[in-house]
Design a binder for this molecule. Sequence first.
Ligand code: ZN
Length: 227
Amino acid sequence: MFKSPFINIHSHRKPSLASEICVRNAYLHKPSKILTRYYFSAGLHPWHVAKQDLKTIAHQLEDITMHPFCMAIGEIGLDHYYPNMPAQIDAFTLQVAFAQAKKLPIIIHEVKSMQGLQKILKNFSEPIILHGYTGHIETWEQLNFNNKTYVSFGKQALHGSKKLIDTIQQIPSNRFFIETDQLNIPISHLYQHISDIRAEPMADLQTQLFQNFNEILPATCSPIALE
Ligand SMILES: [Zn+2]
């Protein structure tokens, strides 16, 4: 019987399991780090907006999204704890418009900026992935205006607050992903943990998240072989 792979929707490393499909993070301002054997997302992180002007960002996006394994724009977003909010808003707005034009999903980094985010995303019609999600289910609902908004659970789920555990239990199975982000542990460890929280067999979770992944995979993306 075909066993679904482990989808790791946001990671800063190579797959560590033979049955893992990773979406690796590529920083737009470090193009030499862009990867060619794995799916990846590319974008200008809100922490790095001071380093680029809008024209350069647009050119870099144009180049990098030609790659057949570029499956999303991200991490992009807004971070309240970082300076330069006007520049963050400009860079985010530009990248969202670009993703819309190319019909690509976006992977979002958000810290205490939900209202600003909502304003910029209100007409966005491609999939939205809120990575490293720790919020209430209601916050996800508010952002799910296009019925294509997903959350992704990472390391915070390992020692989750009551709020996060509730969200993990309540989120519909077709609206979430799992990620290692910067963490150096096997993705299967997080799957096991989340399947325990949801009281749902891990194999079912794998099948569902693989299905979710295929839902959001852009038509322009080439299929990738497992390691
Ligand atoms: Zn990350």
